[in-house]
Write a protein that binds this ligand. Structure first.
Ligand code: 57M
Length: 358
């Protein structure tokens, strides 16, 4: 909105030219979302307490019993801050901005229905796994189909570290893009089991994919850095800026000991949109590196369940996802969280290095 109000005035006040720059508006979006989170966070937490939207705690991990009743569905706060900020600072004529908001809201709506059943209706189970997957397939399918309806959108894959290896998936790109979004959504959801564990790496990932989206949208930079160009996609950097800001603001309250959890409305929407960002900037495989922490958590569950079935009841980890394994080994929660953040920063740096190492 600010973009539309101020850019026409550029002819009269040249200083307003700065509002044209994606970089300037992305930083403004970051600060706006951060300030909104810090200002509205305490009131939002109070409102959740009043409404008794508290977390039900599974009895398996004793250390988590003290977390019972912690307000959840903090994803609503994240959503409010991100969307307000993008509407203020984004170029709303850009189709990629709307697609990103669609994915964010679509996965978020699914998480909301699940949370609503569990937290508000006090039903132990929310959506069944099948219902959740069906919803995810619909949102991801629509997003991927709209992307591919643009004949200029490449169905090639960029393989990190190998600049000449760009296999063309053709029609298989559609299910592939869906798997990236759905996989990321579920991986972030699985990771969201300790204070700040999901949002910390999300801030790092959003910053990193913000950079990749910006480069992909900038023809000269994309050519120089040997990244597949996607015309017009640079505007989504504003969304990434808002995501970083809202994430930092949320972490303020979700930091150990958490005053709020994000709920499925937060984890499914953030994960789904992260997958979409990777698809948008044609760095789908890079997500495995940059989002390696989410991948490790997911792989730990797959290995645990697979081995349990094959061995007739034996386990690899004390408990999956991975963070529970360390918890049950007696590592303090805050130490696990900070060490996972460190790993996530290192993985992002490895991802960044692919820009030149090609
Ligand atoms: C989400 N939800 C948290 C909170 C958060 C197949 C299986 C691996 C599935 C998995 C599962 O259910 N995962 C989905 C995990 C829950 O957090 C809520 O859920 C939202 C995210 N969806 O925003 O609203 C609990 O996590 C803790 N928490 C924090 N701080 C935070 O900032 O401390 C969350 C956010 C909260 C709180 O205690 O209540 C969760 O863990 O339930 N299942 C599991 O992860 C279970 N693992 C398991 O059963 N492993 C088995 C097999 C199946 C692999 C095994 O290893 O043998 C664990 N879940 C719990 N306890 N609660 C087991 C231990």
């Amino acid at each position: 909105m600010i973009y539309y109000l101020l850019v026409p005035l550029v002819a009269h006040f040249s200083a307003l030219n700065v509002f044209r720059y994606i970089t300037f508006r992305s930083i403004a979006a970051l600060l706006t979302a951060l300030i909104l989170s810090i200002v509205f966070g305490p009131r939002f937490i109070q409102a959740l307490r009043r409404l008794k939207f508290g977390q039900y705690i599974n009895e398996d991990v004793a250390a988590h019993q003290q977390k019972a009743g912690t307000p959840t569905m903090g994803g609503l706060l994240l959503g409010f801050c991100i969307i307000t900020s993008v509407l203020l600072w984004g170029d709303l004529a850009n189709e990629y901005v709307w697609m990103t908001l669609f994915v964010f809201l679509g996965f978020g709506a699914l998480g909301f229905v699940d949370d609503y059943a569990k937290v508000v209706k006090k039903r132990n189970k929310g959506l069944t796994a099948k219902q959740k997957l069906l919803g995810q397939v619909i949102v991801a399918g629509v997003a991927a189909a709209v992307l591919l309806s643009d004949p200029e959108y490449s169905t090639r894959l960029a393989v990190p570290f190998f600049k000449h290896l760009t296999p063309d998936l053709g029609m298989w790109y559609l299910p592939f893009a869906m798997i990236v979004m759905i996989g990321a959504s579920n991986a972030v959801n699985l990771t969201d089991g300790l204070d700040g564990l999901a949002i910390g790496p999300m801030i790092v990932n959003a910053a990193m994919f913000g950079l990749f989206v910006y480069v992909a949208g900038h023809a000269q930079m994309a050519r120089y850095l040997q990244v597949m160009p996607v015309s017009g996609v640079g505007e989504v950097t504003v969304f990434c800026g808002a995501l970083v800001g809202a994430g930092l603001g949320f972490l303020w309250f979700n930091a150990y000991p958490a005053q709020i959890f994000m709920g499925d409305v937060g984890s499914l929407s953030l994960g789904g949109v992260l997958g979409f960002l990777a698809v948008l900037c044609k760095q789908e495989l890079l997500l495995i590196v940059v989002g390696g922490l989410y991948v490790a958590e997911t792989v730990s569950v797959i290995l645990q369940v697979g081995y349990f079935k094959m061995s007739g009841g034996k386990r690899i980890f004390r408990m999956a996802p991975l963070h529970h394994h360390f918890e049950l080994m007696g590592v303090p929660e805050s130490k696990i969280i900070i060490r996972f953040w460190i790993l996530s920063i290192l993985l992002a740096l490895v991802g960044l290095s692919t820009l030149k190492l090609r």
